[in-house]
Ligand binder design. Structure first.
Ligand code: AMP
Ligand code: FE
Ligand code: FE
Ligand code: ZN
Length: 296
C-alpha cells in the first residue's frame, strides 16, 4: 500500500486539476491519495469521482491556515464535514483575507520595481477560490521579473520578506477544535519546516495533545531533513501522535515534491480511518420518530 496524504490541485495553488492529480497518483502507483487544498473543499468531489473511476482511494482533506504567535502553522484536516457551520465560516474569513491582502502585496511589489497588476494575478488564480502567494509568484514569472516560484518567495514573498503582507489566520488551538467539531482528524503539516522548530517545541505539542486532542504530525516531509524527521518521529512516539508522511505535491509549482516522494504507513492510515469512523458514529443525528410505523 502506497499512501500520500497531502497534495494540492489547481483548486488552490497546485497546477493539476483534481482529476489530473488523481490520474497521476495512479500512474506513480499510489493506492491512496489525500487532496488537501488550502482552505477549501471545492476540489474533493471531482477528485473522489476520478478516484472511483481509476481505482485510487481519495481521502477528503483540506489544509487549514492557522497561526501561533502570528507565525503561520498549517493543519491538515481529514474527513472534516464541509457543511460544519463554524469551520465553514472561519474558512470563508481566511479566503477573504487571502484576497484582501492582495492590494498591499501588489503595492509593495510595485515599490520594489517589480509591478504586476491584480488582473495578471487573477489570470493565474483562474477559478481557484483560494488566492495564494504562489499565484502572485506565477504572475511575477509571467511578467519576467523572476524565473520560478522559489525565486519569487526568496526575493519577495516569503514570510517576513519585503513584499509579505500578513493575512487572517485561525488561532492554532481553535483550528484544531474546529476540525474536530466538524468530525475531522487534525494533523499539523510540516511542523518543523522552515525554522518552525522554535514555534512548536515539544512542550507546545504536548499541550496540543493534552488540551486539544491533536491527532498527529507530519514527519516525513521535504522541508524536514533526516535528523529533524528522526527527532519528530521520536516525539510522535512519546506523545502518542500519529506520524504521517506526504509529498505536499503542487504539480509543477513546487520542485522536489513529487507525488509519493514520502508516504504514510498503512497502520497510521488505518488509525486515521478508525478515528473518522468513530467521529461519524458519534455525530449528532436526528433520532427516528418514536411513533414510526413501517410503510406498508
Ligand atoms: P499562502 O497560502 O498565500 O500563505 O502561501 C503559502 C504557499 O506558499 C504554500 O503552498 C507554501 O508551500 C508556499 N510557500 C510559503 N513560503 C514559502 C517559501 N519560503 N518558499 C517557497 N514556497 C513557500
Ligand atoms: Fe501551497
Ligand atoms: Fe503547508
Ligand atoms: Zn500543503
Amino acid at each position: 500500500m502506497r499512501i500520500d496524504l497531502h497534495t494540492h490541485s489547481s483548486v488552490s495553488d497546485g497546477t493539476d486539476t483534481p482529476a489530473q492529480l488523481v490520474a497521476k497518483a495512479r500512474d506513480v502507483g499510489l493506492d491512496v491519495v489525500g487532496l488537501t487544498d488550502h482552505d477549501t473543499f471545492d476540489g474533493l468531489d471531482e477528485a473522489v469521482a476520478a478516484g472511483e473511476r481509476l481505482g485510487v482511494q481519495v481521502v477528503r482533506g483540506m489544509e487549514l491556515s492557522c497561526s501561533r504567535r502570528s507565525s503561520s502553522v498549517h493543519v491538515l484536516a481529514y474527513g472534516a464535514d464541509p457543511a460544519s457551520p463554524e469551520l465553514a465560516a472561519e474558512m470563508a474569513l481566511v479566503r477573504d483575507g487571502r484576497l484582501g491582502r492582495l492590494d498591499g502585496v501588489l503595492a509593495k511589489l510595485a515599490a520594489l520595481g517589480v509591478p504586476v497588476s491584480e488582473a495578471e494575478v487573477m489570470a493565474q488564480v483562474g477559478d481557484s477560490p483560494s488566492v495564494g502567494r504562489p499565484h502572485i509568484a506565477d504572475a511575477l514569472i509571467k511578467a519576467g521579473h523572476v524565473g520560478d516560484r522559489q525565486e519569487a518567495f526568496d526575493r519577495f514573498l516569503a514570510d517576513g520578506g519585503p513584499a509579505h503582507v500578513p493575512r487572517y489566520t485561525i488561532e492554532l488551538e481553535r483550528g484544531i477544535d474546529l476540525i474536530h467539531q466538524a468530525g475531522g482528524v487534525a494533523v499539523i503539516a510540516h511542523p518543523w519546516g522552515r525554522g518552525r522548530e522554535h514555534l512548536l517545541p515539544p512542550k507546545v505539542l504536548h499541550t496540543l495533545v493534552d488540551d486539544h486532542q491533536l491527532d498527529g504530525i507530519e514527519v516525513d516531509h521535504q522541508d524536514h531533513d533526516v535528523e529533524t524527521r528522526r527527532k519528530l518521529r521520536r516525539l510522535a512516539d512519546s506523545l502518542d501522535l500519529l506520524a504521517t508522511g506526504s509529498s505536499d505535491y503542487h504539480g509543477t509549482g513546487k520542485l522536489d515534491h513529487d507525488l509519493g516522494c514520502n508516504t504514510t504507513d498503512p497502520e497510521v492510515f488505518d488509525e486515521i480511518q478508525r478515528r473518522l469512523a468513530r467521529a461519524d458514529s458519534s455525530a449528532d443525528r436526528p433520532s427516528p420518530p418514536l411513533d414510526h410505523e413501517p410503510n406498508t
